[in-house]
Design a protein around this ligand. Structure first.
Ligand SMILES: NC(=O)c1ccc[n+]([C@@H]2O[C@H](COP(=O)([O-])OP(=O)(O)OC[C@H]3O[C@@H](n4cnc5c(N)ncnc54)[C@H](OP(=O)(O)O)[C@@H]3O)[C@@H](O)[C@H]2O)c1
Length: 290
């Protein structure tokens, strides 16, 4: 006999509460009635929790998002990264094609993360190759501020993030090159940070996070690509990573994580983890602080 569809509230009912939790964190107006009947509760020791009975998908989504939802207002910067990779650890083909490594469920999840975070960060490689919009068009919710890491100022100003006016964009660069960056994309889109870029060309990500926090952008989504996420991990600036593995073998593609070599298995990072099925893919939720 065919199973009847669940009558329990599901993700559609949950999502406005998730958006409200992010809005409360940012000090913005909420849309739900946060009273004794609210579907979501909060206490100081447990953080946010669901009230009442929900369908399985909603419970699982809330569980996955809880570390992000529990970020308190005014706290230290906190960053979650993502990479969608093949079974052989690539995030794109050798030529840079990554549309699409993962299935639609993971893409939807990325838009949810964009909506819940204050800003989304991408590296120059991703901005140049994908020309992404970095908006929340697959879900309800506000677009995040878009932050592009382009220390060498090599990106063309015609890229969508700099020209489509859908959401604010910040081109992060060393303060010494802010005037040059402003000539390319306009001063309003430049985040010049003193001593951001070292002599080795590397961005000091702690300095970047502090500069973003001063603008009220403290909960950050590092969306890629592999080089950028790897720098965040190497500098100890990533709190969590959602690594979505798709059952595809790319072969000789662009690598995902590229971190310093370990000599012995006992030296390898073994982050605390949870696995979530997302359509045909498996999302590993890795806690890099545990
Ligand atoms: N599957 C996925 O989840 C996913 C997600 C995003 C992107 N992608 C794909 O990944 C590819 C691009 O990724 P990628 O790894 O080659 O490049 P990327 O991470 O997008 O960008 C790397 C570049 O960003 C700048 N950058 C980032 N962090 C920096 C730091 N801490 N210090 C200095 N510079 C920094 C550097 O620019 P300069 O080179 O100018 O110095 C660096 O080379 C594309 O093919 C895209 O389609 C896949």
């Amino acid at each position: 006999m065919k199973a009847l569809p669940s009558r329990l509230p599901g993700i559609d009912a949950l999502w406005p509460w998730c958006l409200d939790i992010a809005a409360r964190r940012r000090g913005q107006p909420v849309t739900q009635a946060w009273d004794a009947q609210a579907c979501v509760g909060w206490d100081a020791s447990q953080g946010f929790s669901l009230r009442g009975v929900w369908d399985e998908a909603a419970v699982e989504l809330f569980d996955l998002l809880k570390p992000l939802l529990d970020r308190p207002p005014g706290a230290e910067p906190w960053a979650i990264g993502q990479l969608g990779q093949s079974l052989d650890g690539c995030v794109a083909t050798h030529g840079g094609d990554s549309n699409f490594v993962n299935g639609p469920e993971v893409l939807l999840h990325l838009h949810r993360l964009r909506a819940l975070c204050d800003a989304v960060i991408v590296g120059a490689g991703t901005a140049a190759i994908d020309n992404p919009q970095l908006t929340t068009r697959r879900v309800a919710g506000r677009h995040p501020v878009r932050v592009v890491l382009d220390p060498a100022l090599r990106l063309p100003p015609g890229l969508r993030v700099f020209s489509d006016h859908q959401a604010p964009t910040l081109l992060a660069c060393d303060a010494s090159r802010a005037a040059q960056a402003a000539e390319r994309v306009g001063a309003a889109q430049v985040l010049g940070v003193p001593a951001l870029v070292g002599a080795d060309g590397l961005i000091d990500l702690h300095a970047l996070l502090a500069a973003l926090a001063r603008r009220g952008l403290a909960v950050l989504f590092v969306e890629g690509g592999g080089i950028t996420v790897s720098h965040f991990i190497a500098q100890g600036c990533l709190d969590r990573l959602h690594l979505s593995v798709a059952p595809v073998i790319i072969g000789g593609g662009r690598p995902g994580l590229q971190l310093p070599r370990s000599n012995a298995m006992r030296e390898c990072m073994r982050p605390s983890n949870r696995a979530f099925r997302m359509g045909g893919d498996v999302l590993w939720d890795l806690d890099l602080r545990a």
